[in-house]
Design a protein around this ligand. Structure first.
Ligand SMILES: NC(=O)c1ccc[n+]([C@@H]2O[C@H](COP(=O)([O-])OP(=O)(O)OC[C@H]3O[C@@H](n4cnc5c(N)ncnc54)[C@H](O)[C@@H]3O)[C@@H](O)[C@H]2O)c1
Length: 388
């Protein structure tokens, strides 16, 4: 990797995503031939002691406890936002104004208004940007994208997605603060709509194009929880479960569902596509496989194929071990860094850009609006749909 241009990373957040991103920046250049060498340069979070331990573990050479100082530093090239949703807009906009490249965790904003301001800021500054919708970079999901774009499915009639968890069922679980900010609407923006449905929507917009209109319902099963920061029992403002029907621009009908109340399911993201010629299913718990049915197969042999997406001609897999051997969750982030740096070297944007992240927030806003109005709602802004 000697001789490559270095890219000094300023990482905000040392939690779950701070770890996946740090690992991705470290590993990407070891497995992919990239024009830049990312350097874990400065880490930022408010708790100095824990930040120090994180920085030592991953090899960050300097620390900041205020993201504003990180953003102002002249020796940082890229700000990576791996902190809770209420921090994304302010940090991204300041970073863009300071001329830094920006990568942000999802959802891009707590709502589309925040996401729009973030998108306008990076576009006005002309800085490279990306949102960490990492599931696009599962090799099996990338293979689905290739098969759709090559016309294997023909016209797509149906898209079906679910993202199921079960970790907030207990009445005693508090809301707010460390580890539980996802239950605090002021921090998270929304509940499973912005957290889990956002992933399924990003993948769907990418695979199947823009969504035109939605009809949704949401539920908050537990209406009050103690707040960790105030110590008081307070109303719960997030949606615990969210489901919607929608119509895509290409005429496909779809259903989406997300919940944290599906006992037994930990992170069951599944999707299914039914087209004129073919159908396919994918399941995050068995992330290397797609189930694929092609009606054009010879009748006597027609049936569902279980394709283990680990061969050298499958997306990304030639960079890993040998055919048949698996990779995992963390590799989706490594692929995202690799694609970002490759595109940067070619002077191109790598998807999902902030504009793509805005498109997802526009759909989640419409979902929440429809749940309130009990009416079909149009997705208000023109969506882009991305090429890469
Ligand atoms: N792409 C994915 O699959 C995926 C998965 C999990 C989380 N996320 C997203 O990543 C983001 C972070 O989630 P997480 O699970 O890593 O959270 P986490 O609670 O594990 O970590 C959050 C980190 O942000 C830090 N932080 C909070 N406020 C800060 C501030 N004002 N300044 C600096 N640091 C601050 C905390 O100290 C902590 O280190 C969220 O936006 C979440 O939606 C995405």
């Amino acid at each position: 990797m000697a001789g490559k241009k270095t890219l000094n990373i300023g990482m905000v957040g040392y939690g779950f995503m701070g770890r996946t991103h740090s690992n991705a920046f470290l590993q990407a250049g070891r497995f992919f031939d990239l024009p830049y060498r990312p350097v874990l340069y400065a880490a930022c979070a408010r708790n100095a002691e824990r930040l120090k331990a994180f920085a030592e573990n991953w090899g960050y050479s300097s620390l900041e406890t205020d993201w504003r100082r990180l953003v102002e530093r002249k020796d940082i090239d890229l700000i990576d936002i791996a902190s809770p949703n209420d921090t994304h807009a302010e940090i991204a906009i300041a970073a863009a104004h300071a001329g830094k490249m920006v990568m942000s965790e999802k959802p891009l904003g707590r709502d589309a208004e925040e996401a729009k301001a973030m998108t306008e800021a990076v576009e006005a500054a002309g800085v490279a940007n990306m949102v960490w919708y990492n599931y696009r970079r599962v090799p099996a999901v990338m293979l689905l994208k290739q098969l759709i774009d090559e016309g294997h499915f023909g016209k797509i009639f149906h898209y079906r997605a679910k993202f199921l968890q079960d970790w907030t069922i207990s009445q005693d679980l508090p809301q707010g603060g460390e580890g539980l900010w996802r239950l605090d609407a002021a921090v998270a923006g929304s509940g499973v709509t912005g957290d889990l449905l956002a992933h399924t929507i990003d993948t769907a917009l990418w695979l199947n194009g823009p969504i035109r209109e939605v009809a949704a319902m949401t539920e908050t099963f537990i209406k009050e929880r103690k707040h960790n920061l105030t110590g008081k029992v307070q109303p719960v403002g997030i949606d615990d479960a969210s489901a919607f029907l929608c119509r895509f621009e290409n005429g496909a009908l779809a259903t989406f569902e997300a919940t944290r109340y599906a006992r037994g399911h930990k992170a069951l993201y599944t999707l299914e596509i039914n087209g004129e010629h073919a159908s396919a299913m994918w399941d995050l718990h068995d992330l290397h496989r797609i189930q694929y049915f092609d009606h054009r197969d010879e009748g006597r042999l027609r049936g569902w194929r279980s394709i283990h997406v680990t061969d050298g001609d499958h997306p990304y897999m030639s960079r890993w071990w040998v055919p048949g051997l698996q990779i995992g969750y963390e590799h989706t982030f490594i692929h995202q860094v690799a694609d970002f740096l490759q595109a940067l070297g070619e002077g191109k944007a790598a998807a999902p850009t902030f504009r793509d992240g805005l498109a997802t927030d526009q759909v989640t806003d419409a979902v929440l609006k429809s749940a309130r109005s009990r009416q079909w709602e149009n997705v208000p802004f023109a969506q882009t749909g991305s090429a890469a």
